[in-house]
Design a binder for this molecule. Structure first.
Ligand SMILES: Nc1nc2c(ncn2[C@@H]2O[C@H](COP(=O)(O)OP(=O)(O)OP(=O)(O)O)[C@@H](O)[C@H]2O)c(=O)[nH]1
Ligand SMILES: [Mg+2]
Length: 321
């Protein structure tokens, strides 16, 4: 396999070459030497897609719903990228078997590109790689990029910052758990989906969700989070419920973003988040490299162990604060 330059790779990504796109993503994800060069060239081709975040607890039906959203968007002739962030296995680079099966119907569709990624592991939060892969998918010409993350805390907060529209998936009978866990997050999600509405207790849960949102209070002109009940798994397509309403609401929210120039705030928040992650990574790398090359790293660590100093004083000294 001939080694392509960063420019050649990006050129191929922009024409929609899936094989090269997959290879580019792997390079970026593994932070190979050329990844900064690649991302610099990707940037001018990115930024135009709608980003939809799908978050919620494990097994809530995020992938099943995503599958339907993809199907509907394909019906509108939109090209769709899907990123499944897998917090459980920081070492897995490939798609999870389960997600692969659930999204199988789309894997042969040239208008759909699915990728699964590791999160930052126990620290939570989206890895820099996730932001980069969204950009790469945009450069491939995806109209919409859907990012599925497990609602484990920091991931979903990060997602809210970068997604134009954020879906929080609930299931019936999560009652008190959800109140405690999602305090503050539920109001931030643009659309609350009560999935598995075929299960017992769905009506009560739906009412609870509605009530907790109406109790929150919103400024005039602000988007009031919607609650939609769905059944995303059924033997027959006609037994599904709420999918069309969900699609309409996603479109409605997108229209709201554009009508009120809220989209500028979304774009700002996205870049602010990305810039922060890149700064952090580059600075840490630069400082460590410098300390290593001068042999100071070992010296500092040893004097911290001996009790002569501490990480805070060392960082003040190194950064000249
Ligand atoms: N009864 C019922 N089951 C559903 C519904 N939607 C999804 N399921 C089932 O719920 C299980 C979990 O669905 P997934 O789509 O994998 O859920 P997820 O949130 O992506 O799960 P993780 O990615 O593991 O966090 C699967 O067995 C689905 O078939 C629904 O509306 N009703
Ligand atoms: Mg899933």
């Amino acid at each position: 396999m001939k080694k392509l330059s960063a420019a050649e790779m990006v050129e191929r990504v922009v024409t929609g070459d899936r094989r090269i796109a997959a290879r580019t993503i792997t390079l970026v994800e593994n932070e190979m030497d050329e990844h900064h060069e690649i991302m610099k060239l990707i940037y001018p081709h990115s930024g135009q897609a709608r980003i939809i975040g799908v978050t919620g607890v494990g097994g809530a039906g995020k992938s099943t719903l995503t599958n339907h959203i993809v199907r509907k968007l394909r019906g509108q002739d939109k090209k769709v990228g899907v990123i499944v962030v897998d917090p459980s296995s920081p070492f897995s680079g490939g798609a999870l078997l389960g997600d692969r099966i659930r999204m199988q119907s789309h894997t042969l569709d040239p208008g759909v590109f699915i990728r699964s990624m590791a999160s930052r592991g126990y620290l939570g939060g989206l890895s820099k790689g996730t932001y980069d892969v969204i950009r790469i998918m945009e450069a491939m010409g995806m109209d919409v990029v859907i990012v599925e993350t497990l609602g484990a805390g920091q991931d979903e907060i990060d997602l809210i910052h970068i997604a134009g529209t954020c879906l929080l998936v609930h299931t019936p009978n999560m009652g008190d758990d959800i109140q405690a866990m999602k305090a503050g997050i539920m109001e931030i999600a643009d659309i609350n989906v009560l999935n598995k509405a075929d299960q017992e207790g769905a009506d009560t849960s739906f009412r609870q969700l509605r009530n907790s949102i109406s109790a929150a209070g919103f400024e005039a002109g602000a988007w009031v989070p919607k609650v939609i009940a769905t059944v995303s798994m059924a033997a027959k397509l006609e037994d599904l419920k709420g999918i069309d309403e969900l699609m309409d609401t996603i479109a409605e929210h997108d229209a709201h973003l554009h009508a009120g120039n809220h989209i500028d705030r979304v774009r700002f928040a996205r870049v602010e988040q990305e810039l922060g992650v890149v700064f952090k990574e580059k600075m840490e790398r630069k400082i460590y490299n410098e300390l290593k090359s001068t042999g100071k790293k070992k010296e500092y660590i040893n004097s911290i162990i001996e009790g002569a100093t501490n990480p805070y004083s060392v960082s003040d000294e190194v950064l000249n604060f």
